[in-house]
Design a protein around this ligand. Structure first.
Ligand code: ATP
Ligand code: MG
Length: 274
């Protein structure tokens, strides 16, 4: 993927955020696939309410890191501390239960289903009534369904996609599909939202919209955000701190200004287009 700059200088400045205590602490994470070392001894933390970016060239291990955080991959070494609780590994169900939601580098939606139904899938974990009650659409199950639909509709209003709520996702342009995927993640009402290249393949206008939604989610719901993004204009504009990976190793960590001035980061990533 090309690293390109988005001119967001005419955007209103990002709201002042006050990151809280460490909510997620990754300690000495190593992950390999056979002979391929995807992550080598990576440590960094994420503070409550911050926007934490992960950057680095293709194959640096960014997606693998998100996959470790939400339990898709189990690291051979290291530890994950979530809200002070030590875990050797995460598992997907446990991560979702603990309030971690994510979007994927390649859109993971049901293309034949409508926008509303896709966003409803984000509510699955919150549904309490059992399958039989739902099938009969009876009593508590019916009330629960209505409450979940209301939540999904709130997400649709928030993301300004009312006009396409009944449209099958497969018929939508790519930029809107990405927005629907954000909606599916938001429907789970996460505390921590992991976004894997939410703006990849978008045009400038779509990117500006997505930036605004990410900032609004962070600001209005207090959601902590871990964001992988190649567009350095976006990263520098909206993130509080940036961790830089290269060949599975951490080569930089700090505020956008610190990272931008770091010679190792410039050499590996910022100085050249990958
Ligand atoms: N399931 C897997 N099986 C084998 N190797 C894998 C697997 N997932 C990732 N890798 C390898 O781990 C390394 C890191 O890949 P990863 O997808 O995490 O990089 P990335 O930084 O997200 O790259 P990109 O910017 O291209 O998305 C690569 O060498 C990749 O080939
Ligand atoms: Mg990736």
């Amino acid at each position: 993927m090309q690293m390109n700059e988005l001119n967001t200088s005419n955007q209103p400045p990002a709201p002042a955020r006050t990151p809280g205590p460490v909510i997620l602490d990754l300690k000495n994470i190593s992950l390999s696939f056979g002979g391929v070392k995807a992550l080598t001894d990576i440590s960094f933390d994420v503070r409550q309410h911050e926007i934490r970016a992960i950057i680095g060239p293709n194959g640096a291990g960014k997606s693998s890191m998100l996959n470790v955080i939400n339990g898709v991959y189990r690291p051979q070494k290291g530890e994950i501390v979530l809200r002070g609780e030590h875990r050797r590994n995460m598992d997907c169900y446990g991560a979702a239960k603990a309030g971690i939601a994510r979007t994927f580098q390649n859109i993971a939606l049901f293309k034949g289903m409508t926008v509303l139904d896709n966003i409803m899938t984000g509510r699955n974990l919150k549904m309490r009534s059992n399958f039989l009650m739902q099938a009969l659409y009876w009593g508590p199950a019916r009330r629960e369904e209505i409450a979940h639909r209301e939540k999904a509709e709130q997400v649709i209003d928030f993301l300004e996609i009312q006009a396409i709520r009944k449209t099958p996702v497969g018929r939508l342009p790519y930029g809107l599909q990405k927005r629907v995927e954000l909606g599916r993640a938001l429907a789970a009402e996460p505390d921590i939202l992991l976004l894997d290249e939410p703006m990849a393949g978008m045009n400038v206008e779509e990117k500006q919209d997505m930036c605004r939604f990410i900032l609004d989610v962070n600001d209005q719901f207090g959601t902590t955000i871990v964001l992988i993004e190649h567009d350095m204009g976006v990263v520098m504009d909206i993130s509080d701190r940036v961790v830089v990976l290269d060949y599975g190793k951490k080569i930089g960590d700090g505020t956008p200004d610190e990272v931008r001035a770091d010679q190792a980061v410039i050499n590996a990533y910022l100085g050249v287009a990958h």
